[in-house]
Design a protein around this ligand. Structure first.
Ligand SMILES: *[C@@H]1O[C@H](CO)[C@@H](O)[C@H](O)[C@H]1NC(C)=O
Length: 333
């Protein structure tokens, strides 16, 4: 009898903890969920330093001879965990590293000098050196703001890279305005100061989700609340970053550096992207005719969440094509 009660309370307690957490701290639960998922996928969170500047990253596997290491750079106001769905579909033999971008999540929050695209590239370069990733050419993946950073990194440090994958990268001159740009222009005219990318109510967040994802998500109110709770303390920081990356210096960084990219380039874009317009893909193709472009049907801006399996497959195929090309080149020389 006692045993029964005991096992009963053992079962009741986690369930109760779960329910109270979900009701009162939904944000904490979402973080626990990411922790659980990283754990399941075999990713370990680590820190590295440049002086007193701290980088937080997660990684799986070790650098190997067969395939290049892969470094993944997330977008504005996201974290390294946005790549979890993609990593789920990557072979475990690949060495994968996801880093929190400057000021985001576990990486040091300093000032605007680290938030411009140039500043971020400088910090990512330090990160690469701090974990010795530059000992052998690696594959760099970046999405949105992280795509802008990845492209500029590729132009600055061609010898570091075996290749680059840009997923709906920011930083180009787009022939067509995205829905976001149209809204921002309207906001400017009406001199409102709320920015669609920096929600401060559940309603604004729901709008942002709708803008970012083509697939309707219909997130429960508690999940929205949790996401919002985790974002709100960072809204001041997000505003600072937003001003930097949309400022004169950074807005077209990728465009200005395109001609310096040497490593093989892959471009992945959702055809229904309402944040960064898909017309950018043609700009990249025109400047770098050898790049490989994949435009995904029924996919919005959050490519890594909407079509993770597809993204993983495209990257793996691209890497093995590089390998074959590399070996052919060796045979010829
Ligand atoms: C920080 O990074 C820079 C550039 O990679 C490097 O020259 C410098 O030695 C690093 N400093 C420390 C303390 O690691």
């Amino acid at each position: 009898m006692e045993l029964l009660m005991l096992s009963g309370s053992i079962l009741v307690f986690p369930a109760l903890a779960f329910i109270t957490t979900f009701l009162f701290w939904p944000g904490a639960l979402l973080k626990a969920y990411d922790w659980y998922w990283r754990h399941r996928l075999g990713l370990v969170v680590r820190y590295s330093y440049n002086g007193s500047y701290r980088f937080c990253y997660s990684s799986r596997g070790a650098p190997g001879r067969a395939t290049p290491s892969m470094l993944m750079l997330h977008g504005f106001s996201a974290t390294k965990d946005v790549f979890l769905p993609v990593i789920k579909y990557l072979p475990t033999s690949h060495h994968v590293v996801c880093v929190d971008m400057p000021g985001h999540e576990g990486t040091s929050r300093t000032g605007p000098e680290d938030y411009s695209i140039q500043g971020q590239v400088r910090r990512i370069h330090q990160f690469v050196q701090s974990i010795g990733l530059d000992k052998r050419p690696f594959h760099l993946v970046g999405t949105s703001m992280g795509g802008n950073v990845a492209g500029v990194y590729a132009s600055h440090y061609p010898s570091h890279l075996s290749g680059t994958t840009l997923i709906c990268p920011a930083g180009l001159v787009y022939p067509t305005d995205s829905e976001l740009i149209c809204r921002l222009k309207e906001f400017e005219k009406s001199s409102q100061d709320s920015i669609p990318l920096i929600p401060s109510t559940c309603q604004e967040l729901a709008e942002l989700v709708k803008l970012s994802c083509h697939t309707p998500l219909n997130l429960p109110q508690q999940v929205l609340q949790g996401l919002l709770d985790n974002r709100i303390p960072n809204n001041g920081f997000y505003k600072e970053v937003f001003m930097e990356i949309t400022g004169e210096k950074s807005r077209h960084s990728l465009q200005e550096n395109l001609h310096l990219i040497r490593a093989p380039l892959q471009v992945i874009w959702g055809k229904e992207d309402q944040v960064v317009d898909v017309s950018g893909a043609a700009v990249l193709q025109a400047a770098l005719p050898h790049c490989q472009v994949a435009l995904l049907d029924n996919c919005g801006h959050t490519v890594e969440l909407e079509q993770p399996r597809k993204v993983a497959r495209l990257i793996v195929d691209f890497l093995s094509a590089q390998e074959v090309n590399g070996e052919n080149a060796k045979k010829l020389s």
